[in-house]
Write a protein that binds this ligand. Structure first.
Ligand code: PXG
Length: 286
């Protein structure tokens, strides 16, 4: 669709004209940060949280975002308006900018701010109705002492390598363990289980991206008096759970019914999962 208008550092470009330099370290090294955000009926969901996370990611890699938060918010709303998108997906990207072929970040200039507003590409409806089957990746989630998974950086190769394993296994998502062998998260979603009247999800220390959807689900669970535990989990906990689901801005909540070909609970999307999804969707309409 070439009617799409993409924001690049204050100007709008058609899809075919939206380009950055091949000397941008975002391109050369994945040196930059991003966010993926949903908009529902013209309202950007948890925009403050996403902006805060973007600024934190940037701080984590010593990248200065060339505009301030207010300006970013304005640019996001303008991009949505120009593209006439009320329900959709927003991708924010901030690159390190043009530099030399060397690694030196301090030689880079002209950091680019990019905003893409698009229609949603969701998991097929039948996966929400029947639940996902996932497999465990042999690709270990990057250790936080090497590169923090809290930094939503433009280098997603760790997650892509895991996603390739999902594809090879005929699955839409894949479970990633951390270097201690504990459950971390999926390639682009956080994971929850429900067992013994308790909702459980791996803590930040497991080496995860602390998803904004994850946070909202925890808030909702607290509001309805559901016990929530953020504590280390193993595959055993998933195998023996009554319910399992994934969370992410694009997916919202999606049920998981099999891990490594082993049935979770009764093999159908669980009641708590469905209830939380309904409450989450209510939250997006507020
Ligand atoms: N973990 C990882 C590693 C992620 O990349 C999430 C969890 C969920 O976070 P939020 O804040 O969205 O609840 C993500 C989400 C996409 C897409 O197009 C999503 C992500 C990354 C790349 C693509 O859905 N991140």
């Amino acid at each position: 669709m070439d009617s799409m208008k993409i924001y690049i550092s204050g100007k709008y470009f058609s899809r075919s004209e939206a380009k950055v330099s091949v000397f941008d370290h975002g391109f050369l090294y994945g040196d930059g940060v991003f966010e993926g955000i949903r908009t529902y009926d013209g309202k950007v969901f948890r925009l403050r949280d996403h902006i805060e996370r973007l600024w934190e990611s940037a701080k984590g890699i010593a990248l200065e975002i060339p505009i301030d938060e207010k300006e970013m918010e304005r640019a996001i709303h303008d991009t949505l308006a120009i593209n006439n998108i009320k329900d959709g997906y927003i991708r924010l990207i901030v690159t390190r900018g043009e530099g030399t072929l060397g690694l030196d970040h301090y030689l880079c200039h002209d950091s680019q701010v990019i905003i893409i507003a698009d229609k949603l590409a969701l998991y097929p409806r039948e996966l929400y109705e029947n639940g996902l089957e996932i497999v465990t990746a042999s690709t270990i989630r990057v250790n936080p002492s090497m590169l923090s998974p809290q930094v939503k950086s433009m280098n997603y190769l760790n997650n892509i390598l895991a996603k390739i394993e999902a594809y090879k296994a005929g699955c839409a998502e894949v479970l990633m363990l951390n270097s201690r062998g504990e459950v971390a998260e999926c390639s682009g979603d956080n994971i929850f289980i429900y067992k013994r009247e308790t909702l459980q999800t791996p803590p930040a220390e497991a080496g995860i991206l602390e998803g904004i959807t994850r946070r909202v689900v925890i808030e909702i669970a607290n509001e309805i008096g559901l016990k929530v535990k953020e504590s280390p989990m193993t595959r055993h906990d998933v195998f023996t759970a009554n319910e399992c689901f994934l969370t992410g801005s694009a997916a919202e909540l999606i049920p998981v019914v099999k891990l490594d070909n082993r049935t979770i609970g009764n093999g159908k999307p669980g009641e708590i999962t469905k209830k939380l999804l309904a409450l989450f969707q209510k939250e997006t309409k507020k």
